[in-house]
Design a protein around this ligand. Structure first.
Ligand code: DGT
Ligand code: CA
Ligand code: CA
Ligand code: ZN
Length: 612
């Protein structure tokens, strides 16, 4: 329990000079000890020795006091069950240098890639040692090549069945080491949370890690769980419940308060059951990012505090004073550090800590700020719903205006509109706008293709009839960067183009962005008053957070749109908002926060002489 931990003393001046080492946290330390144990095992070391490193790793992970603060207090290190004299010396080395002699020695003898081999199914240390000594296989790629080339069959006990199993394991591992889109991850997290909440005594499930920070993809899910069933003395029944969830494909690890498993799609999930008293500290820690945490811990040390997954604690409490400064909520922790609470989306060590200290964090945009969504499709092209259905669905979502922006003829597979159909469509849109009687405004628009030469796919006269003209690239992605830049620059020079749609063309995890000089295009958009789009569809999510920051810095107007092809896809907007928040954007930076008339007025003015 937190209150029973002896208060750490102030670290001596010598160890204070290098904060980066003093900042090694217990979980990182445990990982390094565990790796050393695995390398020793490959080395066929005495099993007792291997075991001592494993036990030490477990003991370190369970400690509530950051051991890095105890390096000048060997007695306190030795007081921990599972840490003897030699291990205490190892810990001191780890803190001071980031490694330790035995680990270094093992890593000169073996290769780090061999640790990865151990994660494959049916791959133990003896097998890894054999693969190394017989075939010099030191990583997964080499193992795969050897298996495919038939070399493994020359080894004892390697039948075809065993080899097939290894190849399948490698394939699964590859999928597993991939990343998952935030929308898929979020849905999965919600599904698991619903199951967890069935257990009596589990009251709160919070996704942490990259999902909470809103990264567009996540490596694995980190779910934090609390409630009466998660207190240290009662946690085993809850752990048992989690470890036997029916959706678990592969149970990876099951500890005192942690269960790790993979799902059928290979996504890994880490569930941690935490006491309420330290939930805030855990949430802060496991939300990350790692660099944000390292920076925050350095600041804590300067204040005479330690920050861990258990608490923000005084290093040197006065007689009778509690060591704990804050632990139950994140708000308390940041406040005790003299900072504003920092939205998870900003926690990438990109200036947010400095701003929080100065009290100058931006008022980030929220979904409630959005009044209009001006990129969506209907049955006229590749959408699934009518204009009226889109309008009603948008109204239900509280929007004040939308624009219908179907495709143009170049995108033939979508039944894209030619000039005549586009004009008919404008009339149909205006009719629905009238039917809605002001409950919601329905603007006439088009998502016109930017052709290979940078011209637009429809006549100026047609475009002149539209309220919203989005220009997008949907073909010829592979042209040289200079040509793509020229193409986009020519497109935005067209006075009818008002918004540059999904400007990078990427499809997350499937298609890279096309190459061009983004800075040049953004600069020109800013000069001409062409808005740039953040496309809220999770597979697109461009401009991404970094480029959005750039667009803002260059003075671009920014528009966020769902690009919905069904009424349900209007609900993509929150994913886009998350990315805008990661880019530090405020409501003032985004034109969709304006009223309908102000929005139209904020778009690039129509060419003189053209009547709306
Ligand atoms: P991901 O899963 O690759 O999308 O990224 P994260 O940020 O979710 O990373 P993950 O799952 O490895 O860890 C979750 C959080 O836990 C991370 O953001 C910060 C914290 N954390 C994990 N491992 C370490 C570590 O070794 N050192 C520190 N300082 N923090 C860690
Ligand atoms: Ca994660
Ligand atoms: Ca994780
Ligand atoms: Zn498009």
């Amino acid at each position: 329990m937190l209150t029973q931990t002896p208060a750490p003393r102030v670290a001596g001046p010598s160890s204070r000079t290098s904060y980066s080492c003093v900042c090694m946290d217990n979980i990182t330390m445990a990982k390094l000890l565990d790796e050393t144990a695995a390398l020793l095992e490959i080395d066929a070391a005495d099993p007792f020795r291997v075991r001592s490193y494993r036990r030490a790793a477990e003991a370190v992970e369970q400690q509530t006091t950051p051991l890095a603060t105890l390096v000048d207090e060997p007695k306190q290190l030795l007081a921990i069950a599972g840490i003897g004299k030699g291990m205490a010396a190892n810990i001191v080395e780890l803190v001071r240098t980031g490694s330790m002699p035995l680990r270094d020695e093992m890593l000169t003898k073996y290769k780090p890639g061999m640790l990865q081999l151990l994660r494959l199914p049916s791959m133990g240390p003896k097998t890894v040692a054999l693969l190394w000594s017989a075939l010099e296989i030191s990583n997964i790629d080499e193992l795969e090549a050897a298996a495919k080339a038939g070399h493994l069959a020359t080894l004892p006990r390697f039948g075809q069945k065993q080899i097939d199993k290894i190849l399948k394991g490698i394939e699964d591992h590859r999928k597993n080491s991939g990343r998952y889109r935030i929308d898929d991850a979020k849905e999965t997290a919600e599904r698991i949370a619903a199951l967890l909440l069935v257990f009596p005594g589990i009251e709160t499930v919070t996704p942490a890690g990259s999902l909470r920070r809103g990264r567009e993809t996540v490596g694995d899910l980190d779910l934090l769980v609390t409630g009466p069933a998660c207190e240290p003395d009662v946690v085993s029944a809850a752990v048992e419940y989690v470890a036997t969830l029916p959706l678990i494909d592969n149970l990876l690890a099951r500890g005192q308060n942690k269960v790790s498993f993979t799902l059928r799609n290979n996504l890994q999930v880490d569930v941690r059951l935490l006491p309420r008293a330290s939930y805030g500290a855990a949430l802060q820690y496991f939300t990350g990012s790692k660099m944000h945490n390292v920076s925050l811990r350095q600041r804590a040390l300067k204040r005479g505090y330690t920050l861990s997954e258990y608490a923000l604690a005084r290093m040197n409490p006065a007689e009778g004073e509690s060591a704990i400064v804050a632990a139950a909520t994140e708000e308390e922790i940041y406040a005790a550090m003299g900072m504003q609470w920092i939205a998870p989306e900003l926690r990438e060590n990109g200036g947010e800590l400095e701003a929080a200290e100065a009290g100058t964090l931006p008022q980030l945009i929220t979904l409630e700020d959005i009044r209009g969504d001006v990129h969506m499709h209907t049955v006229a092209t590749d959408g699934s719903n009518t204009i009226r259905e889109m309008a009603e669905a948008a109204l239900l979502r509280g929007l004040k205006y939308i624009a219908i922006t179907d495709h143009s003829k170049n995108l033939a597979m979508t039944n894209g509109l030619d000039d005549a159909r586009a004009m008919d469509h404008v009339r149909a849109i205006r009719a629905v706008d009238a039917e809605m009687q002001g409950r919601i405004r329905v603007f006439a628009g088009i998502e016109v293709d930017i052709l290979q030469d940078g011209s637009l796919d429809l006549l100026d006269e047609t475009l002149a009839q539209m309220d919203v003209v989005i220009g997008s690239v949907h073909s010829h992605f592979q042209i040289p960067a200079s040509e793509m830049t020229a193409r986009l620059l020519r497109a935005v020079e067209n006075p009818y183009l008002r918004i540059l749609g999904h400007p990078s063309g990427r499809i997350l995890l499937r298609r890279d962005p096309y190459e061009f000089d983004l800075d040049a295009v953004l600069k020109r958009c800013a000069e001409l008053g062409v808005a740039v789009e953040h496309n809220a569809a999770p597979p697109r999510a461009d401009l991404n957070d970094l480029n959005l920051r750039k667009a803002k810095a260059l003075g671009c107007k920014i528009s966020i749109n769902s690009d919905a092809h069904t009424t349900g896809e209007l609900d993509r907007m929150p994913f886009g908002i998350t990315q805008l928040r990661r880019a530090w954007l405020t409501p003032e930076d985004v034109i969709n926060t304006l009223d309908a008339d102000a929005f139209l007025a904020a778009l690039r003015p129509r060419p003189v002489g053209v009547k709306a």
